[in-house]
Design a protein around this ligand. Structure first.
Ligand code: GDP
Length: 445
């Protein structure tokens, strides 16, 4: 899902990462690449323009956060703007004050409505609701039967017209279903309506009639994400003809480009409420714009990490440490201690490292990180005098013995820390990196 866009954006960001400062020309080049990436993903042109303009304006307007380097800042802005075009806050069903809550599903044939009806019913049943599925698709010969099978699999009751009664009137079926739900104490009614292969007046009229008869609390437009921009156009047609409250995207599992998902909420001004990503009943969830955005950016939880870092890190202190690393003054154990302590404020070390992209490869090493060992490192540094912390080269045998005793550890532990610290510092100096403290520090595996 979203494979091409993910690849494209990660290349853009990789290019930025090597830059310490961004010129306006860098920014323009980046915006051009982001624009191409979005257009290739089949995102609506108007949405692309708006998106790129917003990212550029915010990047120039330099909401420059001192704790982040330029590429991190742009990633953060792109992420926030992605969340915004995907609809902002996740939105779930608005339940009626007086049950039953009526949910009507509309959409083209093959969009995945019937499957979705089952998924939604199962999802609701799993959260203390008692849904009733209603087969108001009397056009397709097999539709009623299909809904009955889906209902059975979901463990949910289905209201369907009696067989042998001819085609029947979907409006009447829907109306009777609501009555049935009231008497049988179903608190949610999901009405599956007929679809056509294309948008036509008769289809719209029927959906509008059912809507008028059952007065749904939510009219959800179900659409196959794989049809790209056609999904947006069909949604518009349904919104004009029937009036919709929200969108459900299906077949996201087969959607490599993501154009529909990235356009529909913004173009329609209606939220994407649910997403379906497979044929099994469990392949379904609420649509979370923020999670979707970080998936598109392929960043795992790194955005959470960036945010926590912003909140936690004292920018001045981080910069001072970074400057020392870059040759203006010597990075000592005192600096290391305060960096480590700031990092630890964000949570257990294994959790923080686990949020970094690519952390999966080092899962075993990360799981082995022992917080107690980090405590021990702190204790050793605490036992040193300020002068020793500044310059480890003065640590002779008797000083090391004194420190070990003070920290309640072996001299070999002190030796190990000092050796690793000197090695890590050498590595950091050669990288002369940004403001974030480095893993690979003493005491960490
Ligand atoms: P309806 O005509 O709108 O009721 O569509 P159906 O529910 O009958 O679905 C049409 C086809 O799409 C069926 O073969 C479903 O199994 C399949 N389908 C539905 N949702 C998904 C999904 O999220 N992912 C995939 N891969 N297939 C789906």
């Amino acid at each position: 899902m979203f494979d091409t866009l993910q690849d494209r954006l990660s290349t853009v960001f990789k290019g930025l990462r090597s830059k310490g400062r961004l010129t306006e020309a860098d920014l323009d080049a980046t915006m051009r690449e982001i624009r191409i990436a979005l257009l290739e993903a089949d995102v609506n042109l108007g949405v692309v323009k708006e998106f790129v303009a917003a990212v550029k304006e915010r990047s120039l307007g330099a909401e420059l956060s001192k704790a982040l380097n330029p590429s991190q800042q742009i990633i953060k802005i792109v992420n926030e703007e992605l969340v915004s075009i995907l609809g902002g806050e996740a939105r779930t069903i608005r339940f009626a004050k007086r049950p039953p809550t009526v949910i009507m599903l509309a959409g083209l044939q093959g969009a995945g409505k019937t499957t979705l009806a089952g998924k939604l019913a199962k999802w609701l049943a799993g959260s203390q609701h008692s849904p009733l599925l209603v087969a108001a698709d009397l056009q397709r010969p097999n539709a009623v039967n299909q809904l009955q099978i889906v209902g059975q699999r979901a463990g949910v009751q289905v209201f369907a017209p009696e067989p042998g009664n001819g085609v029947g009137d979907p409006v009447d079926v829907a109306r009777r279903a609501i009555e049935h739900a009231r008497t049988k104490l179903h608190d949610v009614v999901i009405v599956d309506t007929a679809g056509r292969l294309g948008v036509d007046a008769e289809l719209m009229q029927q959906a509008a009639d059912i809507k008028a008869a059952v007065n749904p609390d939510e009219t959800l437009f179900v659409v196959d994400a794989m049809i790209g921009q056609d999904a947006v156009n069909t949604a518009k047609a349904f919104d004009e003809g029937v009036g919709i409250d929200g969108v459900v995207l299906t077949k996201l599992d087969g959607d490599a480009r993501g154009g529909a998902a990235l356009s529909i909420a913004r173009v329609l001004g209606k939220p994407i409420m649910f997403a379906s990503n497979g044929e099994a009943l469990a392949d379904f969830d609420m649509f979370h714009p923020d999670r979707m955005a970080s998936r598109i950016l392929g960043m795992g939880d790194v955005l959470t990490l960036i945010e926590q870092a912003e909140k936690t890190f004292d920018a001045e202190q981080s910069r001072a440490a970074a400057e020392k690393l870059m040759g203006r003054g010597k990075f000592g154990l005192q600096d290391f201690l305060s960096q480590m302590q700031q990092l630890r404020k964000m949570g257990p070390m294994s959790k923080i490292l686990g949020m970094l992209p690519g952390a999966g490869q080092f899962k075993d090493a990360i799981n082995e990180i022992d917080e107690k060992e980090i405590d021990r490192v702190e204790a050793i540094i605490y036992s040193m005098t300020p002068k020793e912390r500044d310059d480890v080269s003065i640590l002779n045998g008797s000083r090391r013995a004194r420190i070990a005793k003070g920290a309640g550890v072996q001299v070999s532990d002190v030796n190990k820390l000092v050796t690793r610290f000197v090695e890590a510092r050498k590595m950091m100096e050669s990288m002369a990196g940004g403001g974030m403290p480095m893993p690979g520090m003493p005491g960490m595996g």
